[in-house]
Design a binder for this molecule. Structure first.
Ligand code: PLP
Length: 448
C-alpha cells in the first residue's frame, strides 16, 4: 500500500470521503487521490515521491505557480510581524487600492475568506439594495456552496452527479431561478415574467465550472441592459476569471461594467481570501456604514493580504498577460494535437489563460462504455477531469480533422449530435507552463 493510499484510508475514517473538498476524492476520475508533500513552480511532489506537472495550481489561485519566491518572501515577512490582529492593518488598504486600480467598477471592496463568502455577501447586498429576493443564475455555473447557489450548479456538484443539494430548504431554493448560459432570449423571457422580483443576475462571465464556455457576442451586454431596464443588479462572479482572463478580469475583456463583483483565488495569492465590491453606493450599505451585516474574525488577515498584494504586483510586470495568453494558446493547441494523434475527438477553448477541453467518444463504436464511471476512466489520462456537463457554446470549435478515423461519421460539429457523447470535460484556470528546464525533468506518467 502506498503512503497516499494509507493516508486516504485513515482520512476516510475522520473526514467525509477522506478529503476537505469533494472533487479531491477523485470519484469522477477513479483511483486514489495522491497526497501532496510539497510543491514548487509547476510541480507537485506526493508523499510517495511521485512528481506531477500541475495544470490545476490550486484551482486557479496560484497564477504564479507554487511557492513563488516573491510571494513566499511576502508571506514570511508578514508572518514575522504576527499573523492575525483582529484590527485593521496597512496591507488591507493597499490590496483594496490595488483591486480598484485593476477593476475600476470595484469602487469599494470588502475582503472575506473565500469565494463562497464573497458571493453570499454580494447577493445579500443586492437583495437589500433592491428590496427583492429572486436570484437569477445560469445552469452549470458555480458560485460556491451557499444554499441559494446549489440549484443547477456546476463544479463538484455536477462532477459528482448530485442533484440540487438536500439540506437546502425548498423555500430558499425557490428564490433561485436558472436559465441556460448564453440563452439571452431565455433571460429576456424570465425578466418579462418576473422582472419585478429579480434582485440580481449572477454570472461567471466566462464559465469555468461546466467545462470552459465563452460568452456569445453581446450576451453580457444583454444582461446589463435587462438589469438596467428592470432595476436588477448585475453581479460578475470573477472568483475564477478575476486577474486571469485579463489584468482587469472579464469585465475589462468584455467591456461590461457590473454593479457588484466577487473575487477569490488569485486575489489572495493562494491564501484563503475572497472579496466582494462594486458601486460605492451599494457597498456603503455594508456594516458599519449601512445595515447589511457581514463580518469575519480572520477577514483582511495580514499574511493573506501580503500574499495577494505580492501576487498582483508580480502580474503587473509588462507583458505578463500577453505571455500567459500565448503560452495558453500553445498548450491548448498541443493538447488538441495530442488528442488528434490518438484519435480522441476533443474540442478546446480558452480566454487569456483560462482554458478547457472536452473529449467525446462515438456512441456507435464505444456503446459498451456508457457508464459515467467508464467515461471518467477513459478520460483520466487527459487531465484531472470535471464532469460531463452541457456542451459548450461557440468557442468549442477546435474540431479534429482526423475524426473520421475514430468514427465513420466525419468531423465534430460545434454542438455534437446525439451520437457524440461528451465523455469528459476539463476546465483549468491555470496555465503556468513548464520552463525548458522543467520540461526536461522526468514526470511520472498517467497520474495527473
Ligand atoms: C466562479 C466561482 N465562484 C465561487 C467559487 C467558490 O469559491 P470558494 O471555493 O473559495 O468558496 C468558485 C470556486 O471554485 C468559483 O469558481
Amino acid at each position: 500500500m502506498s503512503r497516499s493510499e494509507e493516508l486516504f484510508e485513515r482520512g476516510k475514517t475522520v473526514l467525509p470521503g477522506g478529503v476537505n473538498s469533494p472533487v479531491r476524492a477523485f470519484r469522477a476520475v477513479g483511483g486514489t487521490p495522491f497526497f501532496v508533500a510539497r510543491a514548487a513552480g509547476a510541480r507537485l511532489t506526493d508523499v510517495d515521491g511521485g512528481t506531477y506537472l500541475d495544470y490545476v495550481c490550486s484551482w486557479g489561485a496560484l497564477i504564479l505557480g507554487h511557492a513563488h519566491p516573491v510571494v513566499l518572501d511576502a508571506i514570511r515577512g508578514a508572518a514575522a510581524a504576527g499573523w492575525s490582529y483582529g484590527a485593521p492593518c496597512e496591507s488591507e488598504v493597499e490590496l483594496a487600492e490595488a483591486v480598484r486600480r485593476r477593476m475600476p467598477a470595484v469602487e469599494m471592496v470588502r475582503f472575506v475568506n473565500s469565494g463562497t463568502e464573497a458571493t453570499m455577501a454580494a447577493v445579500r447586498v443586492a437583495r437589500a439594495a433592491t428590496k427583492r429576493n429572486v436570484l437569477l443564475k445560469f445552469a452549470g455555473c458555480y458560485h460556491g456552496h451557499a444554499d441559494g447557489f446549489l440549484v443547477k450548479a456546476g463544479s463538484g456538484v455536477a462532477t459528482l452527479g448530485l442533484p440540487d443539494s438536500p439540506g437546502v430548504p425548498a423555500a430558499l431554493a425557490e428564490l433561485t431561478v436558472t436559465v441556460a448560459f448564453n440563452d439571452a432570449g431565455g433571460v429576456e423571457d424570465l425578466f418579462r415574467r418576473r422582472g419585478a422580483e429579480v434582485a440580481a443576475v449572477i454570472v461567471e462571465p466566462y464559465v469555468g465550472n461546466a467545462g470552459f464556455i465563452a460568452p456569445d457576442a453581446g450576451f453580457h451586454e444583454t444582461l446589463r441592459a435587462l438589469c438596467d431596464r428592470h432595476g436588477a443588479l448585475l453581479i460578475f462572479d470573477e472568483v475564477m476569471t478575476g486577474f486571469r482572463v485579463a489584468a482587469g478580469g472579464a469585465q475589462e475583456r468584455l467591456r461590461v461594467r457590473p454593479d457588484l463583483t466577487t473575487l477569490g483565488k488569485i486575489v489572495g495569492g493562494g491564501m484563503p481570501v475572497g472579496a466582494y465590491g462594486g458601486r460605492a453606493d451599494l457597498m456603503r450599505l455594508v456594516a458599519p456604514e449601512g445595515p447589511v451585516y457581514q463580518a469575519g474574525t480572520l477577514s483582511g488577515n495580514p499574511v493573506a493580504m501580503a500574499a495577494g498584494l505580492a501576487t498582483l504586483r508580480e502580474t503587473e510586470r509588462p507583458g505578463f498577460y500577453e505571455t500567459l495568453g500565448r503560452r495558453t494558446a500553445r498548450l491548448v493547441a498541443g493538447i488538441g494535437d495530442a488528442a488528434h494523434r490518438h484519435g480522441v475527438p476533443v474540442t478546446t477553448g480558452h480566454a487569456g489563460s483560462m482554458w478547457g477541453q472536452r473529449a467525446y467518444r462515438c456512441r456507435h463504436r464505444l456503446h459498451h462504455h456508457t457508464t459515467r464511471r467508464g467515461a471518467g476512466r477513459s478520460a483520466r489520462s487527459l487531465a484531472l477531469s470535471r464532469s460531463p456537463g452541457p456542451v459548450g457554446g461557440r468557442n468549442h470549435r477546435r474540431s479534429l480533422p482526423g475524426l473520421s478515423r475514430s468514427c465513420a461519421s466525419g468531423s465534430l460539429p460545434a454542438r455534437p449530435a446525439s451520437r457524440w457523447e461528451a465523455m469528459a470535460s476539463c476546465s483549468s484556470p491555470t496555465t503556468r507552463m513548464a520552463s525548458p528546464s522543467d520540461r526536461s525533468r522526468p514526470v511520472r506518467p498517467g497520474r495527473s
